[in-house]
Design a protein. Structure first.
Length: 299
């Protein structure tokens, strides 16, 4: 029998740098992915052209995305099924990809815009250009990133990871993957607070596919509800990930069904947000999930 973990985050809302507000409800918010990169694992190169990227962003909002996550540097880890992994890019190149989309997009859509970056220099410019929150997959490898978030009053998503993109898939020893992830995310949240970030601005992400092997990912998902001990909203980004391909023997662009399975499970375990490539399908899935979950008992 599935155990439903009632979500109880530290705050029922997330106030963005711009004053835009994300209200957390029982059903997870949907974060649409917009990769402005040539080498992302799932859709690298599709949205490098700013007009195409803007059209895709507007499409995701029309499909029901609650917020968008713009990434201008691929963070595909190295090792195993990932091969050599993504190559990091200088901050200047990251901004050259990001700003031609972020700046006009801020005028086109009203939903909050997240920027996926590991660099404080990029985060600062992005917030100046209209970004609402920062998504850091490095768990504060650049400590100054927390300082920038604090200065702007920006929410900060902290994703669990170890090492850098090239080495993280070799750092997969855990005594207990769930307990270790909880401890390390808690420590990262404390570091962010020490640098001025308000705790009610922090969101945690267990880092599905980053520095974990397949069995560890499944165990982390199975016990996802335990992360609520940190009393922080939980973001799950499992869309099209390689562990789904390992189970279903499907390429990245054919993993929708498996992605929806993880989203349903994450919803049942109290996730506050899900980060997805397939917005329309996810929104419809969650509408039905919520209708079943909240249905009254009929005799």
């Amino acid at each position: 029998m599935t155990t439903v973990a009632t979500r109880q985050p530290a705050s029922e809302r997330l106030v963005c740098a711009s004053g835009r507000i994300l209200e957390f409800e029982r059903t997870p918010l949907v974060m649409g992915v917009l990769n402005l990169t040539p080498d992302s694992f799932s859709d690298g190169g599709l949205w490098m052209d700013p007009p195409r990227a803007l059209a895709r962003a507007e499409e995701m909002v029309a499909q029901g995305a609650d917020l968008l996550d713009l990434g201008a540097e691929s963070t595909r880890p190295g090792g195993g099924v990932y091969g050599t992994g993504a190559q990091g890019v200088p901050a200047e190149e990251e901004l050259n990809r990001l700003l031609p989309v972020l700046e006009p997009l801020r005028e086109l859509v009203s939903v909050p815009l997240s920027v996926d970056t590991r660099k404080s220099t990029v985060a600062r410019v992005a917030l100046e250009a209209g970004a609402d929150l920062i998504n850091d997959i490095s768990c504060l490898a650049d400590p100054e990133l927390a300082v920038v978030a604090a200065e702007w009053g920006s929410p900060l998503i902290l994703m669990h990871s170890r090492g850098d993109l090239a080495s993280m898939q070799r750092q997969i020893h855990f005594d207990d993957v769930v307990e270790d992830v909880i401890q390390e995310l808690g420590e990262a949240a404390d570091r962010a607070c020490d640098r001025g970030v308000s705790r009610d601005k922090i969101v945690i992400d267990p880092g599905i596919g980053f520095g974990k092997n397949g069995p560890q990912i499944l165990e982390l998902l199975r016990r996802l509800g335990e992360l609520q001990r940190l009393d922080l909203p939980i973001l799950v980004g499992a869309s099209r990930k390689s562990f789904i391909g390992a189970i279903t023997d499907q390429p990245a662009d054919a993993r929708l069904a498996g992605s929806l399975a993880t989203i349903g499970w994450a919803a049942s375990q109290g996730a506050a947000m899900v980060r997805v490539h397939d917005v329309a399908e996810t929104v419809q899935f969650l509408e039905v999930w919520e209708s079943i979950d909240t249905a009254g008992g009929l005799q």
